[in-house]
Design a protein around this ligand. Structure first.
Ligand SMILES: Cc1cc2nc3c(=O)[nH]c(=O)nc-3n(C[C@H](O)[C@H](O)[C@H](O)COP(=O)(O)O)c2cc1C
Length: 205
C-alpha cells in the first residue's frame, strides 16, 4: 500500500514537516510506503479554465501537477497538509489541488483522504473543511481522528509542543491504514459500487 503526502508549506523544515514526520513514523511501522511531495517555493499556478484537460486528460501547464497525478493514480491514499494563510489553505496548495483534481480523470473512488491545517492560532477548521472538499467530491472516504485535524505553532518547530495535534496525527495515520486495508479487502470481496452515467443539474444544460 502506498500513500501520497502533499506538504503544502513553503518552509522546508516548518511545522507541516514536523507533522509529516509524525505520520511517516506510523506508516513506516505499518509497512505503508510513503510518496512525499513538498510544494516548497515552487511556482504552482492556478487553473485558467482553458479546458485542455477535457480532451487530453492532463493539465496544459507542464509542472509537477501532471507528474503527481500519475503517482496518485497508483496510490491508495492522499494526505494534504497546509499551513493556514489568512484563514484559508496556502494559495499554492489550492492552485495545485484545483488542477490535480480537475485535470485528472482516473477513478479516485475509495482512495482514502486526510487533510491537516497548521496555524499559529486561527483558521484551522475552515481550512480543514476547505481541503476535505476535494475528497468528498471524488467519492473518497476520509480518515478522521480524535479532533479536527490541526496543529499549532508559529515559528518552525513550535508544533513539537502541540502534543495533542501530533497525537491526533498518529491516530489519523493508524485509522487511514486500517481504512485502506478494509477498502482493499472489500474491493476484492464485493467490487466497487455500480457507477451511474453523470447527470448535470437542469439549469446548466
Ligand atoms: C501569509 C501568512 C498568513 C498567515 N495567516 C495565518 C492565519 O490566518 N492564522 C494563523 O493562525 N496563522 C497564520 N499564519 C501563520 C502560519 O500558519 C504558521 O506560522 C504555521 O506554523 C506555518 O506552517 P509551516 O511552518 O508548515 O509553514 C500565517 C503565515 C503567513 C506567512
Amino acid at each position: 500500500m502506498k500513500v501520497l503526502i502533499i506538504n503544502g508549506s513553503p518552509r522546508l523544515n516548518g511545522n507541516s514537516s514536523k507533522l509529516t514526520d509524525e505520520l511517516i513514523g506510523i506508516f513506516d511501522k505499518e509497512g505503508v510506503e510513503v510518496d512525499l511531495y513538498q510544494i516548497g517555493a515552487k511556482a504552482i499556478r492556478g487553473c485558467m479554465a482553458c479546458g485542455y484537460c477535457h480532451e487530453h486528460g492532463e493539465c496544459v501547464f507542464k509542472d509537477d501537477v501532471n507528474d503527481l497525478s500519475k503517482r496518485f493514480e497508483n496510490e491508495d491514499g492522499l494526505i494534504v497538509i497546509s499551513p493556514v494563510y489568512y484563514g484559508s489553505a496556502n494559495g499554492s496548495v489550492i492552485s495545485l489541488l484545483d488542477r490535480l483534481f480537475y485535470s485528472s480523470h482516473f477513478d479516485k473512488r475509495f482512495k482514502v483522504g486526510a487533510a491537516f491545517a497548521i496555524a499559529r492560532r486561527a483558521g484551522t477548521t475552515a481550512t480543514f473543511d476547505e481541503l476535505n472538499k476535494y475528497f468528498t467530491i471524488s467519492q473518497m472516504p476520509i480518515a478522521s481522528g480524535r479532533y479536527w485535524n490541526n496543529g499549532f505553532g508559529r515559528e518552525q518547530g513550535q508544533i513539537e509542543k502541540d502534543e495533542e495535534g501530533l497525537q491526533n496525527a498518529r491516530v489519523v495515520a493508524r485509522n487511514m491504514v486500517f481504512l485502506m486495508k478494509a477498502v482493499k479487502d472489500a474491493k476484492e470481496k464485493y467490487g466497487l459500487p455500480e457507477m451511474e452515467e453523470t447527470k448535470f443539474t437542469h439549469f446548466i444544460k
